[in-house]
Write a protein that binds this ligand. Structure first.
Ligand code: SAM
Length: 281
């Protein structure tokens, strides 16, 4: 008979948040697959649990997925643990869940903390309808495209963000969403120095221009209102780079100035607009 996979939520900072049922499962399973074995070992040591650990993360999920499935098919029970919080939320856990389903292996969950939900309920921004967006791309263009695609979304938006990317993300959000939208920046949740900064995107940008971002963040951003949709739509949002440049040429600019202006509007390097313009000629 196949074994069972337990998706075990672990604390996002405060060890007191681990559930008794989670500890019971750790004691009972044959193996624990962990995104960060060192971190999980600390958790196990704290609760004096000794159990075989195996790593399962973004860079080994293919081989390790097969290995864990083979154990489960041999009747072993396994727990899956994320770096922190709930497995399968912004980590490779979802792939293992799919593999289990394909292989008729039972999956169950031991619920607990999710950083995004904790930040949302502390944000003071509407919790009635929300969209979880996870991490934005490090690639500037993809990040912009992702934000553009949500510009008119009326749901409250939830993002995960690393400290070294925060300034760029806030700057892009200000350009795409406008500076007036409310944002809550939550860090060190459940820890001693838990902080939720509630302000506008422009205020957050100004604050972090002066202060170094520290720790991992969840950003909760107010959704678009009907009014924003009307007033903040850029006229170039719906036109190609070529149409955009041609518009300025028709208005009397030189091609060089038209490319420069279109690049400024779109916040793209001039070279990129130049190449795109000539590619589409
Ligand atoms: N599976 C996790 C969950 O349930 O939320 C998320 C894993 S994701 C790889 C890690 C991200 O979660 C961090 O970059 C940060 O955005 C967020 N996060 C985790 N712990 C946090 C905390 N204590 N305070 C604020 N954000 C946290």
């Amino acid at each position: 008979m196949n074994g069972k996979l337990y998706l075990c939520a672990t604390p996002i900072g405060n060890l007191g948040d681990v559930s008794p049922r989670c500890l019971e499962v750790f004691n009972e399973v044959d193996i624990i697959a962990a995104e960060d074995t060192r971190r999980t070992l600390q958790l196990l040591n704290h609760f004096e649990i000794s159990k075989p650990l195996t790593s399962y993360h973004e860079h080994n999920k293919r081989e390790k997925g097969g290995y864990i499935i083979s154990l489960l098919k041999n009747g072993k029970n396994a727990a899956l643990v994320s770096d922190a919080g709930t497995p399968a939320i912004s980590d490779p856990g979802e792939d293992l869940v799919k593999l289990c389903i394909e292989n008729d292996i039972e999956v169950t969950s031991i619920p607990g903390a999710v950083a995004g939900i904790n930040a949302l309920i502390l944000s003071g921004i509407s919790t009635r309808r929300f969209a979880f967006e996870g991490f934005l791309s490090v690639n500037k263009r993809h990040r912009r495209e992702h934000l553009m695609s949500m510009k008119n979304d009326t749901h409250t938006l939830i993002f995960y963000e690393a400290p070294h990317k925060l300034r760029n993300t806030l700057s892009d959000m200000e350009k795409v969403f406008g500076g007036d939208r409310k944002i809550a920046l939550a860090r060190e949740l459940t820890k001693l120095h838990e902080e939720v900064r509630r302000c506008t995107i422009a205020e957050a940008s100004a604050f972090y221009a002066e202060n170094n971002p520290r720790g991992e963040y969840v950003l909760v951003v107010e959704g678009a209102s009907g009014e924003v949709r009307e007033t903040e739509e850029n006229e170039w949002d719906g036109i190609s780079v070529k149409e955009h440049v041609d518009k300025y040429i028709e208005e009397g600019m030189t091609p060089k100035d038209a490319i420069k202006k279109a690049a400024e509007d779109r916040d793209l390097p001039k070279r990129e607009v130049y190449n795109e313009y000539h590619r589409s000629e």
